[in-house]
Design a binder for this molecule. Structure first.
Ligand SMILES: [Zn+2]
Length: 290
C-alpha cells in the first residue's frame, strides 16, 4: 500500500469551524469516550466527540437542524435506507467520473446515512470524509455502514482546513439551507486551488418539486425545501460565490419521495406518464474561479 491510498483520519483535516485554527484532541483522565473532545488552540471553543463522532454544531444550529432540515427524521431515514446499496460502485451522478483518483480527498456535505461515501468506498477510495447536520443520520453512517470519517457539522461553518479538499459533493442539500451563498463560500474555502464541487439543485418550477413542497406542507405543515431555484437564479448565485460551470447535466423525470404515498403507486404512474419528461433539476460540475 502506498502512502497515497493509506486511510487518512478526519482528524488530519479538522480545523475550528469558527476561526479555522488547529484543534487539539483531548481526553479526560477517566478515559471514557464521552469525556473526549476537540479544543480550539486559538479561540478555546470545545467540541464534544461522542462514540467517535465529533459534533461541531453550535446550539442555534442544532435548533435549525431540528426545525428546518427534515420534516420527519424517521421518514427521511426510511427513505435513505431504501436508496442504499453498500455494494454499488456507481451513484449515477457526475462525480462517478472521479472515482479512479485514488489519492484524492472527497468531502460529502450533507452525507446523510452515507450513500455517496459507500459508492466511493466500493470503488476502493479511502480518503473521504462526510458530515451532516443531523446526528441521527451520522450515527447510522458510522454504526450501520461502518463509515469511520463522519461527523456532525453545519455547511455554513465547515470544520475543515483551508484548501485541503480535492472534491466536494453537495447533493440534495442547497435547497434545505438558510444561507446558500454562505455554504458555497465555505466550500470555496476548503477546496484546493483546482478543487471541484459536484452538486445538484431541484428545479423549483418542476411538477416534482412543487408536489414535494406541497406534500410536505400538507402532511407536516411545512416543507424541508426552504430555497427555490430556477436555473437563472442559481447561475447568478454561483457567479457571486466564485464558481464556474464546467459541466451541466439536466435531470429529467419526476419524484414523489414520501413513503406514505407508496400505496398510491397508480398516482405516481399517472403523474410520471403526464410529466415524466419535464426538467426535475440540474447537476453541476463546478470549478473555483480565480
Ligand atoms: Zn477557534
Amino acid at each position: 500500500m502506498t502512502a497515497d491510498i493509506m486511510m487518512e483520519s478526519m482528524y488530519d483535516y479538522f480545523a475550528c469551524p469558527s476561526c479555522h485554527h488547529d484543534l487539539a484532541q483531548e481526553r479526560s483522565e477517566s478515559g471514557h469516550s464521552e469525556d473526549e473532545h476537540l479544543s480550539c488552540l486559538n479561540c478555546r471553543v470545545r467540541y464534544a466527540v461522542q462514540d467517535g463522532i465529533p459534533d461541531f454544531l453550535a446550539d442555534p444550529e442544532k435548533e435549525h437542524a431540528e426545525e428546518g432540515i427534515a420534516v420527519d427524521v424517521n421518514n427521511a431515514i426510511a427513505l435513505f435506507r431504501r436508496e442504499i446499496d453498500p455494494e454499488s460502485r456507481s451513484s449515477g451522478r457526475l462525480f462517478d467520473q472521479e472515482v479512479k483518483r485514488t489519492g484524492a480527498s472527497f468531502l460529502d456535505i450533507g452525507c446523510g446515512i452515507g450513500r455517496h461515501l459507500l459508492v466511493l468506498r466500493s470503488n476502493g477510495l479511502q480518503n473521504m470524509l462526510g458530515f451532516d447536520v443531523m446526528p441521527e443520520l451520522v450515527r447510522i453512517a458510522r454504526n450501520d455502514y461502518d463509515l469511520a470519517n463522519v461527523f456532525v457539522a453545519n455547511a455554513t461553518r465547515i470544520p475543515i482546513r483551508n484548501a485541503s479538499i480535492d472534491f466536494c459533493l453537495l447533493y440534495n442539500v442547497i435547497e434545505h439551507c438558510k444561507d446558500p451563498g454562505k455554504v458555497l463560500e465555505e466550500i470555496r474555502r476548503v477546496l484546493k486551488k483546482d478543487g471541484t464541487l459536484y452538486m445538484d439543485v431541484p428545479n423549483a418550477r418542476s411538477m416534482g418539486d412543487r408536489i414535494f413542497r406541497w406534500g410536505g406542507i400538507t402532511i407536516y405543515g411545512k416543507t424541508s425545501h426552504i430555497q427555490t431555484f430556477t436555473l437563472k437564479k442559481f447561475r447568478k448565485l454561483l457567479q457571486n460565490a466564485g464558481f464556474e460551470i464546467e459541466e451541466l447535466k439536466t435531470a429529467r423525470g419526476i419524484f414523489i419521495d414520501y413513503p406514505q404515498l407508496e400505496r398510491f403507486g397508480w398516482l405516481r404512474k399517472i403523474v410520471t406518464f403526464l410529466f415524466g419528461n419535464e426538467v426535475s433539476g440540474w447537476e453541476f460540475k463546478l470549478r473555483k474561479t480565480h
